[in-house]
Design a protein. Structure first.
Length: 638
């Protein structure tokens, strides 16, 4: 694909990324002379006409979004069997790369990034676009710290693909909402759940649910309660902990109502303002059961009027005009010539009976609903078996989420969530923290940075053993990969714990690109994208203006294999305009020292053998010469 020209304007320069559904290339737009990113749908999806149609439609809709925190979409097109989207080119890293490198982010940084993601979602939701695939891989952070959310439209176009019939969405299973996992209706609150997962990962370095397969992870989203992030990172505030858990509520109605609300709470956390987050604020909202009751009454009513009693009537629920039906019924009654007043009286009595029956039915319905909600009994302070019995007698589930060291006897319930006295639906979970007694448990420090791990080991009464370093492509530098022995209960204090710590990803061998003849910016970009660093940059002067700004040489020859992260020095041409030197004047002004002396021309005239003066002495010269000749001759004779 590299070197291809799409749409007669986008030249693919290099591959910079790949996802489940598309590959991303850096390209140059020859029409506007700028770099862009081109996302090309993979062939297996390009063969699905319906998918391609949705891909283009949703991408076109996403192109209408305009927000500082959303990657701009410039163009959508196709060429042969290639379907592509042209996007803003963002120079930076994905949020996933940042999390892997840093292990976990500070609360302040996580809140700042979360606010920008939420702003992007707020813009999209106002334009009736649901992302459906919010995850760190789709969030870019440029070199100035500005967050850019990408893949709008593509995620929504994939609503016909589920984890059961395609492997292409497996990578997103960690960020699925429960309703996505069930294949149910999704709305803007789906994105809020996924945002909650992203914030959870930012502050803990881990996703709330993990498993061996996408299906097992999806089931955990539906069934299991996440470990509160504060249990994994004690540095985060209670308010941020509550905000994350509210975003991760299983029932969408209990989550934040919209992205704007979560932005407001994030702002308060940023400015250290106190929050009052109630994750069960809609537990007793009785209106939730009214819709099914109304639909059921409509159905019964229609069925009583239909001899066919078929299922097609369901499609007409919303269009059925009860007033019109009453008018027809009334006209029939008025059409009778006899017994008019009697029938009116009967009709009135029937109406009253209907109202009374309706009231009784409503009363029974409310009481029936109330019966479905039960109050959590007092269980704090009871032993585990007794507390379990009380909870299960109420039709609730008793779930132990943590055994915590305590001065209370082992097995005593220390806390429960929701709190005692709260009304919740039957079959709901009552999550409890149980005392582990004063027995010593070997701490789990895997995933922590080395300093934190050492502090916890020592404060728990153990010793830090041997520390070794290994490369890891999955665990960030300076985080604990594994420990020995593993976390176990009932061990003696003073035991040494050996640690294996990550020294970061293993440096790969990469080929040095050929940057000679490229512009300085293109050359630097090629070197960085190859996983190398820019070393010293120097320049050489040139009188050739066409070479200005182009790279003259590089310190490591092209195609040479070096370790990732090596530095490459480059030298580029710098145009320097030639200096014009004026010609020398042939007529020189005589100096004072030459006044009175014969000029060079005069001297030449005097020395010219053809001049008059020289001719005058020619005879003498000849004589002299003759004398000399004779003398020589005599000498010769002698």
């Amino acid at each position: 694909m590299i070197g291809s020209l799409l749409g007669d304007r986008y030249e693919l320069l290099e591959k910079i990324g790949e996802g489940g559904m598309a590959e991303v290339y850096k390209a140059k737009c020859h029409k506007l002379n700028r770099f862009v990113a081109v996302k090309i749908l993979k062939k297996e999806f390009s063969q699905d006409a319906e998918f391609v149609k949705k891909f283009k439609r949703e991408a076109t809709a996403a192109a209408s979004l305009s927000d500082d925190n959303i990657v701009d979409i410039y163009d959508v097109g196709s060429q042969g069997d290639i379907n592509y989207i042209v996007l803003e080119y963002v120079k930076g890293k994905t949020l996933k790369e940042i999390i892997v490198q840093e292990g976990r982010l500070s609360s302040q940084k996580a809140v700042e990034i979360a606010m920008q993601i939420a702003k992007a979602l707020d813009c999209a939701h106002k334009n009736n676009i649901i992302h459906r695939d919010i995850k760190p891989h789709n969030i870019l952070v440029n070199e100035y710290g500005i967050v850019k959310v990408t893949d709008f439209g593509i995620a929504k176009a994939s609503n016909s693909v589920t984890i059961t019939n395609s492997s292409k969405v497996m990578g997103s299973a960690h960020y699925f909402s429960p309703e996505q996992a069930k294949g149910s209706y999704v709305d803007s609150k789906t994105d809020i759940y996924s945002l909650g997962v992203v914030i959870y990962e930012m502050v803990t370095g881990k996703v709330p649910f993990d498993g061996e397969s996408p299906v097992s992870i999806a089931l955990k989203h539906i069934q299991e309660i996440p470990i509160p992030p504060k249990k994994l990172n004690q540095n985060i505030s209670e308010d941020l902990n509550s905000l994350i858990l509210k975003a991760l509520e299983k029932e969408s109605i209990k989550r934040y109502k919209n992205a704007k609300d979560i932005i407001e709470d994030l702002k308060k956390i940023k400015h250290n303002e106190k929050l009052n987050i109630n994750t069960n604020y809609l537990e007793n909202d009785m209106t939730r059961i009214m819709d099914p009751i109304i639909v059921e009454n409509k159905k019964d009513f229609l069925n009583s009027q239909n001899d066919d009693n078929n299922d097609d009537d369901d499609d007409d629920f919303e269009d059925f005009d009860y007033d019109e039906y009453d008018k027809k019924d009334k006209n029939k009654t008025l059409g009778k010539r006899k017994g008019l007043n009697k029938k009116k009286l009967i009709s009135g009595i029937v109406s009253v009976l209907i109202i009374v029956i309706g009231a009784i039915a409503g009363f029974l319905a409310v009481n029936n609903t109330s019966a479905k909600e039960v109050q959590i009994p007092k269980i704090v302070g009871l032993n585990q078996s007794e507390a379990r019995k009380k909870v299960e007698e109420k039709g609730l589930k008793f779930v132990v989420i943590e055994n915590q060291k305590s001065d209370k006897p082992e097995g005593i319930v220390l806390k429960c969530y929701p709190e005692e006295g709260t009304k919740i639906k039957k079959n709901s979970d009552v999550r409890v923290i149980v005392s582990g007694g004063d027995k010593v448990t070997l701490p789990n420090v895997e995933g922590m940075n080395l300093k934190e791990a050492k502090d916890i080991i020592i404060s728990s009464g153990f010793k830090v053993g041997n520390i070794t370093y290994n490369n890891s492509d999955f665990v960030a530098s300076n985080l604990v990969i594994s420990q020995s022995p593993k976390p176990i209960k009932d061990v003696e204090k003073g035991l040494s714990i050996d640690l294996v710590v990550s020294s970061g990803p293993r440096k790969k061998d990469v080929a040095v690109p050929n940057v000679q003849g490229k512009s300085l910016e293109e050359g630097k970009s090629a070197i960085i994208n190859a996983g190398l660093k820019i070393g010293n940059i120097s320049s050489v002067d040139t009188n050739n203006k066409s070479l200005d700004g182009k790279i003259e040489s590089q310190s490591i020859d092209a195609s040479t294999t070096v370790k990732e992260g090596s530095s490459v020095n480059i030298t580029y041409y710098k145009y320097k305009e030639p200096v014009n030197i004026p010609p020398k004047n042939p007529i020189e002004k005589p100096s004072d020292d030459n006044i009175g002396k014969p000029s060079e021309d005069e001297s030449n005239i005097k020395n010219d053998p053809g001049s008059e003066n020289n001719n005058k002495n020619s005879g003498d010269n000849n004589n002299t010469n003759g004398s000399k000749t004779n003398k020589n001759e005599k000498t010769s004779k002698n």
